[in-house]
Design a protein around this ligand. Sequence first.
Ligand code: GDP
Length: 199
Amino acid sequence: MRVKAQFLLSTFSAAQFPAPSVPEIAFLGRSNVGKSSLLNALVGSAAAKVSSTPGRTRAINFFLVSGERAATRMIFADLPGYGYAKVSKSVAATWPGFIEPYLADRSTLRHCVCLIDASVPAQESDRRLLDSLQSIGREFLVVATKTDRLSGNERTRNLGALKKALEVEEILAVSAKTGSGIKELWARLEDVCSTKTES
Ligand code: GDP
């Protein structure tokens, strides 16, 4: 797959988001879910360099990405990981304040990729994130990471339990380590970015 990615900017402020242009995909998940590894598997070293830069894990990092189909250009928005605060009652409580407005207001945001760890039971913070995306009318895809850690049977069982607990019909299974599911994820992202959702 020929993918080009260019780091655009890293910011804490809505005033500095890139000017709305091409369709945008947001990547969300609890800290340590494997988001940097997945972004690295999707777009290569541009993402890895950025995520290892101190301070940037609490910001939104934007990348301009060209997919396999020549006409598909999109922006990936790498959002800070959530879920550290143990007593938090809402996703928002563990997030910097600019995340919710980003999700609610970003005009070019086309789809959210919500990452969960395939080996970890559904977490309240993940439920709350999906609820809040649903309540603001954002489309999302749940992606289970690190599936190479599970046998075929375990994977089927865990994904079934996660679907039930998160009340979603589909979970796409990926592994940044083996590359399994990465092609399917790309195809989905290119589909959502090339489909016009509004008139
Ligand atoms: P982030 O905090 O969400 O950006 O997570 P990282 O990408 O830094 O990954 C957290 C940990 O999970 C690291 O130790 C990774 O090596 C590990 N990890 C990430 N993706 C995979 C995967 O696909 N398979 C396996 N086995 N480990 C993974």
